[in-house]
Write a protein that binds this ligand. Structure first.
Ligand code: AMP
Ligand code: MG
Length: 422
């Protein structure tokens, strides 16, 4: 069966584009995301933040040798009596990086440190706290078990096993893991190229003076930041005036030079009639009013082979719609599988929140721990969709689902963390 086109899918679905639920919009977009296929090999440090394009198969056993999990002595387990202490003769030492060359015979033991290779003939380690050394005679307490404190070669990861699967985003832990396997280069997907521009006659770029009624374009900066954090190659196309010819030229140029085109401002969500016509000519675009606040108008589609996201104009709406729709879509296009979840959990709301049922709200919140150690959240003052300061003060979104109405202090609400440690 061939996949439906965006236009066919939007006709077939039984929702109202003027009141599109958040989940439905996400699921709709999801159907059209074909990940990148082109990849390149890079030294592992350069893979940080990129997506693995191939499984990394371990060329070695991890650990490479049978080794000790404790500081102590290694011996043959059968030499230890279960119910009484046993005394063995120390014949040498096995330290990390300096293994014992000989064989451990009956009645013998070898001093061993954590990570030291367990010598031939030995199968058991007794930790030093359970032993008493007197010269070369070492007495071990009763109750030891054969095989204890020995890590087998390949126990963590066998040679030939998949160490990291295709689709994995490389973080510091993955860099370390790759290095620990002796892998110096990996295949990663090429970066996703994203072109963006702002639309609006009132917008001026930073560095120019403002005239009457003009404002500085901030969306290009938040979008630049959000895309760069995701590891995209960005192409900032500046401000485009609300002029049909200029807009068409900008859309064509953006689509020709990028995998994804992002715009912000009313024009891109089809408020002006000519925009719908023009985008319809360039490709297929659906225009939604999402049942959410902020971020109600959203356009999604494909123009000249590029994915297109038409975000609202209001600066906070831009950020909310980016995080709620665009982020996940871009990660999928980048080849990420699975897409790392956007962590969300319940926290106690300390203030009253006004909320109308029937739409999902993404209020900006400050998450903190109270004196008892419990996580609490309060909204950042004014929640207007033009107030970027609320986004800047926030460390989380407070997500209030469609069914939720006003929230009284002390109620548990879902929060979605904006901060991450890796
Ligand atoms: P629009 O959707 O174009 O009607 O814009 C909604 C509001 O967001 C208006 O107040 C615009 O001035 C404002 N706005 C639109 N684009 C930007 C931008 N790039 N930077 C800052 N504010 C913007
Ligand atoms: Mg506008």
């Amino acid at each position: 069966m061939t996949k439906p086109t965006i236009a066919q899918a939007s006709c077939a679905d039984d929702y109202d584009p003027n009141s599109m639920p958040v989940d439905k919009a996400r699921a709709f977009i999801h159907r059209f995301l074909e990940p990148l296929t082109a990849s390149l090999r890079v030294p592992i440090r350069s893979a940080l933040g990129r997506v693995l394009a191939e499984d990394v198969v371990s060329p070695v056993d991890v650990p490479a040798h049978r080794n000790s999990a404790m500081d102590g002595w290694a011996m043959h387990g059968a030499d230890l009596a279960p119910d009484s202490p046993a005394t063995l003769e120390e014949i040498g030492a096995s330290f990390a990086g300096r293994p014992f060359a000989g064989r451990v015979g009956s009645g013998q033991c070898v001093r061993i440190m954590t990570g030291g290779v367990v010598p031939e003939g030995a199968d058991t380690v007794v930790m030093q706290e359970r032993a008493q050394a007197s010269g070369k005679r070492v007495t071990f307490a009763a109750g030891q078990k054969t095989g204890q404190h020995v890590r087998e070669a390949g126990e963590d990861l066998g040679r030939g096993a998949v160490a990291l699967a295709r689709g994995r985003i490389v973080r510091p832990a993955e860099l370390g893991l790759l290095a620990s396997l002796g892998v110096g280069e990996v295949a990663v997907y090429r970066p996703l190229r994203v072109a963006f521009f702002s639309t609006g006659d009132e917008l001026k770029s930073v560095g120019t003076a403002l005239g009457e009624g003009e404002i500085y374009d901030s969306n290009r900066y938040t979008i630049h930041g959000m895309l760069t954090r995701l590891g995209c190659d960005v192409l900032d196309m500046g401000v485009v005036r609300d002029d049909p010819a200029l807009l068409e030229k900008a859309f064509r140029e953006a689509a020709a030079n990028a995998d994804v085109v992002i715009t912000s401002g009313g024009v891109s969500v089809g408020e002006a009639d000519f925009v719908k016509g023009m985008l319809g000519k360039l490709g297929e675009v659906v225009f939604w009013k999402i049942a959410m606040k902020p971020g109600r108008p959203l356009a999604y589609g494909k123009i000249a082979g590029a994915h297109f996201f038409g975000l609202p104009g209001n600066p906070v709406s831009v950020m909310v719609t980016f995080y709620q729709f665009v982020r996940e879509a871009l990660l999928r296009l980048m080849g990420a599988d699975p897409v790392p979840p956007f962590p969300a959990f319940p926290a106690k709301c300390t203030e009253r929140l006004r909320k109308a049922p029937g739409r999902t709200e993404f209020q900006r919140g400050v998450l903190a721990r109270d004196a008892s150690g419990a996580w609490t959240v309060r909204p950042t003052g004014e929640q207007g969709s033009g107030i970027l300061k609320s986004m800047s003060e926030a460390n989380c979104f407070i997500i209030l689902g469609d069914a939720v109405g006003n929230v009284e202090p002390g109620t548990m609400v879902d929060v979605q963390l904006l901060e991450g440690i890796v």
